[in-house]
Design a protein around this ligand. Structure first.
Ligand SMILES: [Zn+2]
Ligand SMILES: [Zn+2]
Length: 373
């Protein structure tokens, strides 16, 4: 016993724990825990200019948990799994949504943390039985609005992670030109993993371990093009406009169960294709960015003028969304992928939402991860 104590004393002296007493360290730990518990950010306002410390990342400003905003008894719902964007907010998953019709899911975009977002929604949303909806053989169809990293980085998880828990369905991923190449590279990159699960101790049959990419290019025009249909849904693709990407799409889902129509804008500014995709739809799920506070953006140039030009080519300022709203006569808008750049001293979590309302857009809501519509 004496020997053990002596060893411990020497060990602690060596690694420097002797700098404070145990009691001091315990007090310090308690204070840190309290700060975490109360969601008080450690980063100071003057440190806001990095992607990690921008005020939008501060969890202290989250105002609510996930809720059910869907009509009662409708057989079609949209689950917002992730509302994030490229900013590394540790409290929002990357862009990810699911249209659910007759308890079967069709996924739209596959951002960072897709598999965890699925679990988060299942644990926090009890309006429908998501364990049933997300049964492994149901994880099959994915629709990508565009191939930016923040909307696709979850694909290796989508394709490979469910398989670790048993055979499922081979995946089909619809998206712009290049999606076939992207998916075949992912299949190749995780070949060893897949092989080990199939041939190793688990010995699963290979079904459910791979995916194919299906380009919806090139015949998609502003009039829309049917790209998928089954007993539950009809899916049409429309060209959208997002920075300098040549092929990006908005999707229009018609649920055959109850006729609800959902449009997904992905990223981008106004385009005739987006307005057509959302024509008289029940809900348009779309991005939004602050115009008032764009000067606080952590990218897009040095001056406000430059930021407006660069960021405006990529994203949806309030006056552009108003144009989509007026032209499409969509009934409701739900904002995701919100870029709410703000003064670090005066952060307003609802800032972008209020800018959209001030622009004259009625019936607009701000989504949070796990919400149901
Ligand atoms: Zn994005
Ligand atoms: Zn993008």
């Amino acid at each position: 016993m004496k020997k053990v104590l002596l060893t411990l004393v020497i060990l602690f002296a060596t690694i420097g724990i002797s700098a404070g007493t145990w009691e001091d360290n315990l007090k310090k730990g308690a204070a840190t825990t309290k700060q975490n518990y109360l969601n008080v950010p450690f980063a100071k306002p003057e440190q806001w200019k990095t992607p990690y410390t921008t005020p939008g990342n501060w969890p202290v400003f989250e105002t609510r948990g996930p809720i059910d905003r869907s009509p009662k008894n409708s057989a079609s719902k949209v689950l917002v799994m992730g509302t994030g964007d490229p900013t590394p907010n540790p409290f929002r998953y990357g862009p990810a949504m699911a249209v659910i019709v007759n308890d079967y899911p069709y996924f739209v975009d596959c951002g960072e943390g897709w598999w965890r977002a699925l679990a988060h929604s299942t644990l926090t949303q009890d309006a429908i039985d998501l364990t049933k909806v997300f049964a492994l053989p149901n994880l099959k169809y994915m629709f990508l609005t565009h191939l930016h990293e923040d909307h696709t980085v979850g694909l290796p998880s989508f394709i490979n992670n469910p398989y670790k828990f048993g055979p499922g369905a081979d995946k089909k991923v619809f998206g712009p030109e290049g999606v076939d190449e992207m998916i075949s590279h992912i299949n190749a990159a995780w070949r060893l993993d897949r092989h080990e699960v199939a041939q190793g101790s688990l010995g699963y049959p290979p079904v459910g371990s791979t995916a194919v990419g299906v380009p919806v290019w090139p015949e998609t025009t502003v009039k829309g093009r049917k790209i998928f249909e089954d007993d539950n849904v009809l899916v049409e693709a429309f060209p959208s406009k997002h920075g300098f990407l040549e092929h990006t799409y908005a999707y229009r889902f018609t649920a055959k169960s109850d006729g609800r129509v959902f449009a997904f804008g992905g990223d981008g500014t106004y385009s005739p294709g987006l307005a057509a995709a959302a024509k008289n739809a029940d809900i348009l799920f779309v991005e939004g960015i602050t115009r008032k506070n764009v000067k606080y953006a952590t990218w897009g140039g040095d001056t406000e003028e430059e930021k407006v030009r660069v960021i405006g080519a990529y994203h949806m300022f309030p006056e552009r969304l108003k144009q989509v709203y007026d032209e499409s006569r969509v009934k409701n808008i739900v904002m995701v992928h919100v870029q709410n750049y703000n003064s670090p001293d005066n952060f307003d979590r609802l800032g972008v939402l209020n800018e959209m309302i001030d622009e004259g857009i009625n019936n607009i809501l701000l989504a949070q991860d796990g919400d149901l519509y």
